[in-house]
Design a protein. Structure first.
Length: 311
């Protein structure tokens, strides 16, 4: 199914610490949405070249922009996944293991007893600094793995309730929703080197485009944090809440999967304007940017979508 979606409006900055925005005069460029039917519960995404891996009920699946390419049994895959060293790294909630899946053969290579900090499923597995990182204990711990061997090479103490991770700007970034903090972890020392106080119910985050970006889900805002000074340099109000959803960066923009008002919003990282709002609300799901287009999932609608500019 294809449909052309034109963004509702551009949003301009207003004065004050929190940018709320007002409708602007110009329409953003149209994007074409290619919607794929994905039975089950299509949720978290990981880009692998021109394809994407998506978590589903009892499995992870690989999709092209036209069809499903592979399916691998995982009892209950949970949270964001990472692609590193020719493998897909997936947290499995019931047994608190990390599954390593060969991306070429679509077979399980290893099951690693890392522990999973949040067995309810809102969590991140990420890659960076030649490692795979997993929130591994609700009491406050991150496991660092060697992706060549799957061995755990370090366990790093962090604030309790740390479930959300991102890698960028030569550091690992970790959010605890319970403690309402962002912590910066130095990969050379495997130690926390700074902490930032955040707003209500912080969750998913991304690092890139000059900053670290954190969803403050309970406030409906996205916070911009300077990765060097750890100062919150601005916030943008996107909606009443940003509960669950997702966030990514790339192409000079911040991409925010929302659960209300639209499928996703696009934020200019320099001006903090919401420059586009795309699609009709489709419940919760994930978002991943690529240079050719953007992937989104909508598990309530049992769909996966590829958004790109018209030919």
């Amino acid at each position: 199914m294809k449909r052309t979606i034109v963004t509702a409006a551009l949003f301009a900055a207003t004065t004050g610490c929190v940018t709320t925005g007002a409708p602007g005069p110009d329409a953003a460029p149209a994007l074409v949405e290619r919607e794929l039917s994905v039975p089950g519960f299509a949720d978290f995404l990981a880009v692998d070249g021109d394809t994407v891996w998506v978590t589903n009920d009892g499995r992870v699946e690989q999709w092209s922009r036209e069809e499903k390419l592979a399916s691998v049994t995982v009892p209950r895959p949970c949270g964001t996944m990472a692609v590193a060293a020719g493998s897909l790294w997936v947290a499995n909630c019931p047994d608190a293991n990390l599954y390593r899946i060969d991306t070429e053969t679509a077979t399980v290579e290893q099951m690693i007893a890392t522990g999973i900090a949040n067995p309810k499923g809102e969590t991140n597995v990420v890659a960076g600094a030649g490692s795979v990182w997993v929130p591994s204990a609700a009491s406050g711990e991150i496991a660092r793995l060697d992706p060549e061997t799957g061995a755990i090479v370090a366990r790093i103490p962090v604030n309790p309730g740390t479930f959300f991770l991102a890698y960028g700007h030569d550091a690992l970034w970790a959010v605890s929703s319970d403690a309402r903090t962002l912590q910066k972890i130095d990969p050379d020392s495997n130690a926390v080197v700074g902490t930032v106080a955040l707003g209500l119910q912080p969750g998913f985050l991304a690092a890139g485009e000059g900053a670290v970006w954190v969803q403050e889900q309970g406030d409906g805002t996205v916070a911009r944090i300077d990765p060097a000074t750890l100062a919150i340099t601005d916030r943008v109000k996107v909606g009443e809440t940003l509960a669950y959803g997702d966030i990514d960066v790339g192409g000079g923009m911040v991409w925010l999967r929302t659960t209300e008002d639209q499928v996703f919003a696009v934020i200019d990282p320099a001006t903090m304007d919401v420059t586009a709002r795309l699609g009709e609300p489709a419940g919760s799901g994930a978002i991943r940017y690529t240079p050719d287009g953007v992937w989104t999932s909508a598990h309530d609608n049992q769909t996966l979508s590829w958004w790109s500019r018209p030919d």
